[in-house]
Structures are given as structure tokens and as C-alpha cells.
Design a protein around this ligand. Structure first.
Ligand code: UFG
Length: 323
């Protein structure tokens, strides 16, 4: 199959490209390399292009005639989205709509979209199932909800257009051979920041909030290994092509770890007893975010292979040491 992957030089996109490449799919990657890196692309043809350039994107779709498109290209920093919402609505939402227009006009039938658990905001019930009302609390989450709404309408309006939105929980870890992994100019994610604190790169590592209504007072998240997430994408794609049913799935393991548990595991894996200062809450953090993954397991037959926090952190550490 010929798959076009936007954002395929980024952290999650590059892992999906690896999985597609390993099974022999023909891959074309569009990435503007604003946060992606060409050395993360292990398979396929990388084309440096911006999604805002609709004419160029249209030419590429016309030229390569992909069977399906997987769309990762997006900004992902919650705090930044609060400070600069236009950046998020214009790239994550407007550019996705422009992309969809091109794809639908060119008759592309299969579309996989990177959504996020941030669409749920602060959910009332844990674990969170897909039918929980969407109530994002920041522009990042809203920029993704808007696209989910557009996709729903497109699925209804254009008979041959089918999509799957995958709502990612906390993606972490790296390639088991440490060939690819997370590489952002400024780390914001917990595991990456803790590893950088272990390396001595981050001096003032903090635990944001110790007074939440959780067993140890720190926030709980559902950490999913990036290879399991990549596998979910391939399963979603195969299902979409076979069954032609648009749908939405949570991607998480269905259980969580607290910030303190993660920090302690980073200490264990690295063997470095770095300092973690207890600090105030970070704005907009839900106390707990854990996926109900019944649907993806039942419908896509997704079977997690790396559901082990120690393994997740070990792979991230092996990668981090190479940076
Ligand atoms: N945290 C710290 N110290 C740090 C960094 C994070 O205590 O230095 C805490 C946060 O306050 C939070 C937890 O660790 O309680 C996880 O924070 P991350 O920034 O790693 O991840 P988030 O849960 O905030 O968000 C991530 C993605 C979002 C996605 C969400 C879904 O960044 O895009 O997971 O669960 F929507």
C-alpha cells in the first residue's frame, strides 16, 4: 500500500513510519521539519513541505496517489497553545481542514487522525471511554476537537471518505534499538524532563502539585509506549480499509502511574538519585487521566506489547543518552 504520512519526521510519526516500513508499505512523508528531524525517518521518501502550502500538497497528492493518509503534523504544547492560540488553530485546525479539502477532492478514501486525550478536559469518570463528553480546557485540546467535528461531518457528507481518530494518552518511550525517539528543543513531558534531570541537563526539576485527590497526591497518567501506539495506527488503517467504518478510539493501557511513581522509576532505571522538588500545581492539569481501552481492544484487536513502565523508561533512557 502507498501511505502518505504528514509529520512523519516527528516523534510519533517516525515510529509509525518505522512500523509501516517494516511491513513493506510504500511511504511518502511530508514534514516541514519545524519540530521533526530527517534523521528520525527510517523508511520512505521525505519531502520537506508545509501543510499551509495547499497547492504544493495538492501536487504531491496528485503525483503520489496514496491509498491512505496518516496525519500527525501538529503542534502539541498545551502551555504554548494557551499563550498563542492562533498558532494552534491555524496549524492544527485550519491546515488540517485544508488538507482534508485536497484529499476529498482527489478522492482519497482513508484518513487516520492524531487526536488526544486532551479532548476530554477534566473528565468526571476514570477510566475515560470514547463516549465521554468532549470538554477540552485549552486551545490545544480544542484545536483537535474541532477537527474531530469536521471529520464527523465529512464522513457523513462524502460517502467514500472514511476516517479514524486516535485519542492518545501519555505517549512515551523510544525505539527498542534506540534508533529513534523524542527530540524536542525544549522538553515539557514528565518522563523526558526527569531523564534530562538525571543527566544533569535540567537543574530545577519539579513535581507539579502534591495535593491532588490521588493516593500520593500527584497526578496520574496512562503512559503508553510509542511502539504500541504505532501498532494501533496500523491496526486502525487495516480496519478502515477492510471495514470502511469511521470511528474514534482511545489509545492507552487502561491504568496509570502517579508523577512520584514515574520519578522513582526514572531513578531506578538510570541509577541516578536526582532531585525532584515539590512545587505548586501546573495550570490545567487534570488529577487523573486514564483510558478505557475496551473499544480499541475489541474492535481493532489491539494487543499492547510494551505495557511496562520500566521498559518504557528504559527505552527512553537509552535514546536520551544518545542525544
Ligand atoms: N509534570 C511534572 N513535572 C514536569 C513535567 C510534568 O510534575 O517537569 C507532571 C504534570 O504536571 C502532569 C504529569 O507530569 O501531572 C504529566 O505531564 P506531561 O506534560 O508529561 O503530560 P500531560 O499529561 O500534561 O499531557 C500529555 C500530552 C498532551 C496529551 C495528554 C493526554 O502532552 O498532548 O498527555 O494525557 F493531551
Amino acid at each position: 500500500m502507498k501511505i502518505l504520512v504528514t509529520g512523519g519526521a516527528g516523534y510519533i510519526g517516525s515510529h509509525v513510519v518505522k512500523h509501516l516500513g517494516e511491513r513493506g508499505d510504500d511511504i511518502v512523508i511530508i514534514d516541514n521539519l519545524s519540530t521533526g528531524h530527517k534523521e528520525l525517518v527510517l523508511y520512505g521518501k521525505l519531502i520537506k513541505e508545509d501543510l499551509a502550502n495547499t497547492e504544493a500538497i495538492d501536487c504531491l497528492i496528485k503525483r503520489y496517489k496514496p491509498d491512505a493518509v496518516m496525519h500527525f503534523a501538529a503542534f502539541i504544547r498545551v502551555e504554548e497553545s494557551v499563550k498563542n492560540p492562533i498558532k494552534y488553530y491555524s496549524n492544527n485546525t485550519a491546515n488540517t481542514i485544508k488538507l482534508l479539502e485536497v484529499l476529498i477532492n482527489r478522492g482519497i478514501e482513508y484518513f487516520i487522525f492524531s487526536s488526544t486525550a486532551a479532548v476530554y478536559g477534566i473528565p468526571e469518570n476514570i477510566p475515560v471511554s470514547e463516549d465521554t463528553p468532549l470538554n477540552p480546557i485549552n486551545p490545544y485540546g480544542r484545536s483537535k476537537v474541532l477537527v474531530e467535528e469536521v471529520l464527523k461531518d465529512c464522513g457523513l457528507a462524502y460517502g467514500s471518505f472514511n476516517y479514524i481518530s486516535l485519542r492518545y494518552f501519555n505517549v512515551a518511550g523510544a525505539d527498542e534499538r534506540a534508533r529513534i525517539g523524542q527530540k524536542y528543543p525544549e522538553a515539557t513531558h514528565l518522563i523526558t524532563r526527569a531523564l534530562k534531570a538525571a543527566k544533569g541537563e535540567i537543574k530545577n526539576f519539579q513535581i507539579y502539585g502534591t495535593d491532588y485527590d490521588t493516593p500520593d497526591g500527584t497526578c496520574i497518567r496512562d503512559y503508553i509506549h510509542v511502539d504500541d501506539l504505532a501498532d494501533a495506527h496500523l491496526k486502525a488503517l487495516d480496519y478502515l480499509i477492510k471495514d470502511k467504518k469511521s470511528d474514534v478510539f482511545n489509545c492507552g493501557y487502561g491504568h496509570g502511574y502517579s508523577v512520584k511513581e514515574v520519578v522513582n522509576m526514572v531513578r531506578k532505571v538510570t541509577g541516578i538519585d536526582f532531585e525532584a522538588k515539590e512545587a505548586g500545581r501546573r495550570a490545567g492539569d487534570p488529577p487523573a487521566l486514564v483510558a478505557d481501552n475496551t473499544k480499541i481492544k475489541n474492535i481493532l484487536n489491539w494487543k499492547p506489547m510494551c505495557d511496562d513502565l520500566e521498559y518504557i523508561i528504559k527505552t527512553a533512557w537509552e535514546w536520551e543518552k544518545k542525544l
